[in-house]
Design a protein around this ligand. Structure first.
Ligand SMILES: C[S@@+](CC[C@H](N)C(=O)[O-])C[C@H]1O[C@@H](n2cnc3c(N)ncnc32)[C@H](O)[C@@H]1O
Length: 172
């Protein structure tokens, strides 16, 4: 189950970014994995948190770890009907190759397919004035994503040895 440098970058960012936000907002941690982002939200005092993932192993892990948040097994929004004020997604974004086709790291042939599908659907799951916090990599092709007409603002970035990670806010 996944935990990488991007997980810690996102978690640290959220720790600062969310600390002064209204603790009553409704949060979805999508592709939650081991729940590091949901845990950051819990530690900050947020109560209305849903964690979801496509993987059986991840869902069992999350159910074991968290007793006070909602856990949903879902391929993106397939089993999620609700709307949220904040959707957090640290997506799988690497292009598939013969060396790596893992569900937690690769986002399709070019790396942007899961993110694209996510952004096609996410608008229906955001409350008015809601926002998405999404991690993007310098490996992620942006052309298709930009065509979806989200307002994208870079909030933070981090250079790693071989790639640059960006944390972006997306609004309708
Ligand atoms: C890069 S990991 C991030 C995990 C965790 N949020 C973190 O920050 O460490 C991506 C996660 O997305 C999940 N995932 C992949 N495809 C998905 C899909 N179609 N719907 C929901 N979750 C998905 C994977 O199982 C994995 O847990």
């Amino acid at each position: 189950m996944y935990l990488g440098e991007d997980s810690f970058f996102m978690s640290e960012f959220l720790g600062n970014y969310l600390k002064d936000k209204d603790k009553k907002i409704k949060i979805l941690d999508l592709g939650s994995g081991r729940g590091i982002q949901a845990e950051t939200c819990i530690n900050l005092g947020f109560k209305d948190i849903t964690a979801s993932d496509i993987g059986e192993e991840e869902i069992n892990y999350l159910k074991n770890k968290f007793k006070n948040i909602k856990i949903i097994k879902s391929d993106l929004f397939s089993n999620i009907q609700e709307k949220f004020d904040l959707i957090i997604f640290n997506p799988p974004y690497l292009p598939e190759s013969r060396y790596d086709s893992r569900r937690d790291t690769t986002g399709g042939k070019f790396g942007d397919e899961i993110i694209f599908r996510f952004l096609e659907q996410a608008g229906n799951h955001l409350n008015e004035n809601g926002e998405i916090i999404l991690l993007l990599s310098s490996f992620t092709p942006r052309n298709k994503i930009k065509k979806l007409k989200w307002k994208i603002k870079k909030l933070d970035e981090k250079s790693l040895f071989f790639e640059k990670l960006e944390i972006c806010q997306l609004k309708k």
